[in-house]
Design a protein around this ligand. Sequence first.
Ligand SMILES: Cc1ncc(COP(=O)(O)O)c(C=O)c1O
Length: 321
Amino acid sequence: MFLNTNFPKAQKYWYEGDLRDWSEAGCHPMTHALHYGSCVFEGIRAYGTAKGPAVFRLPEHVDRFMLSAGVVKMKCRFSKDEIAEAIKETVRANGLESCYIRPLLFYGYGNLGLVPKACPVELAISAWEWGAYLGENAAQGVNAFISPWRRVHHTQFNMSAKLGGVYVQSTICALEAREQGFGECIFLNMEGRVAEGPGQNVFIVKGQTLVTNGRLESALEGITRTSLLEIGQDLGFKTQVGPITKEDLFGADEAFYCGTATEVIPIVTVTDGSDPAAPRAKYTIGAGQPGPVAGRLIKAFQDAVTGREPRYEKWLTYVGP
Ligand SMILES: Cc1ncc(COP(=O)(O)O)c(C=O)c1O
C-alpha cells in the first residue's frame, strides 16, 4: 500500500497511457533503472491562474525530457504532444490547482546487463502539491555550503540532460549539507568556480547586473534561469552569462538559487567547505538578508507563473477543464 503522506493531494498517476490509483503500484526488484539509475525525469510546476491551472513552460520541459531520453538512448513510444497531453491529464485527474509534476522515463524489467537490450522503456507521470522545496523558512534566505565534491564535469556527461544516475551526486551532497545544519549545498566545477546547486542554478547580483553561468561551467541551463534572465532584462537589469568565481560569490551584493522545485530563494551566507583540509570560512552575502533585487525577481516570477503579467502568458499552457 503506497500512502500519499509525503505527496499531498496525489490521487492518481499516469502510467503507460492509463491513470492508476496512487496506492496501486508495483516494481520488480530487477527493474533496470533501480540498479543503474537508467532513467530520465523532468521537474515541472503548474500554478493556479485566473483561467485555471497552467503548466509553466510545458513545451520546453517536454523538449528537455526527450533530449535527456536521447542521451540514454531511450526510444519513447509517446510523442512530445502525447506526453504534453498526458501531463495535463494527470493534473486534471488529481484536481490540482498548483502542483509539481514529475514525468519519469525508465528502463524497466527485462535483463540486468548494463546494456538494457530486453528492457522496455516505460513512462510514468505523477503530480502532487509540493510547497516550498527548501522549507517554509527558506524565503528568509538559506545558509549555503560549498561541497568538497566537484560537480560532474560537462566533458564527462551532457549536463543538459536530467539523468537519474547523475542525481546520486546531488542526493549525497544535499544530505551532507543538511547533516551539518546548512540549508543547501553549492557545487564548484572542476575549474574551482561555481557550478550549481544539487537541483538549482545559482545567480549573483552585482550592482544592477544579474550574473549566472551556463553549460560550459558544468551547470544545467535551467528553464527557471532562462526565464529569470528574460524577466530581469524586462525589469531593466543587465544580465551576464559567464563564469562565477568563489570570490564573485562571496563578494556579491546578493545571491540566490533558482529552479522549478525551489523557485527563487535568496542565499544569505556561504560557508566554504570546498577544501576539506582547510579551515572553513563563512561569508555573509550582501546585508545577510534577502535583497531587493531578489525580491523584485521573486515577485515578477510569481506574477509570470500565475498569469498576472500578460507579457509572460506565452509561457503558460492551461490544463483545461
Ligand atoms: C542540477 C540542476 N540544476 C538546475 C536546475 C534548474 O532547472 P529548472 O529551472 O529547469 O528546473 C535543476 C532542476 O531541474 C537541476 O536539477
